[in-house]
Design a protein. Sequence first.
Length: 103
Amino acid sequence: MDKVKYVEHTLTTKSFLPYGKFINFMGEISELCEEVMYINFNGKDREVLMALPAKGVLDCCPLCKGKIHDGSVVVITDSHSLFPCWECEQLVEQETVGDETHE
Ligand SMILES: [Zn+2]
């Protein structure tokens, strides 16, 4: 019997639940940042640092201009942010532009 240790973890907007919860690759409801989590971005696994309430970060969805739902979150990793929009069902990924990259 094949034991698949690493399941392809394809995140969709449906993976994210209100107020910092998400459905992990085992199909269980889990809390963001409760355990170490990585999200693939630009071909590399990025470590999730925190999840912020999207209402404090965004006025509307950058893609569809849809409203920010109560409980929706922006996930911050070491190199990008990810906002699952429940209006347009897209993951809005934005590279973090930090001052540290400027020398
Ligand atoms: Zn949207």
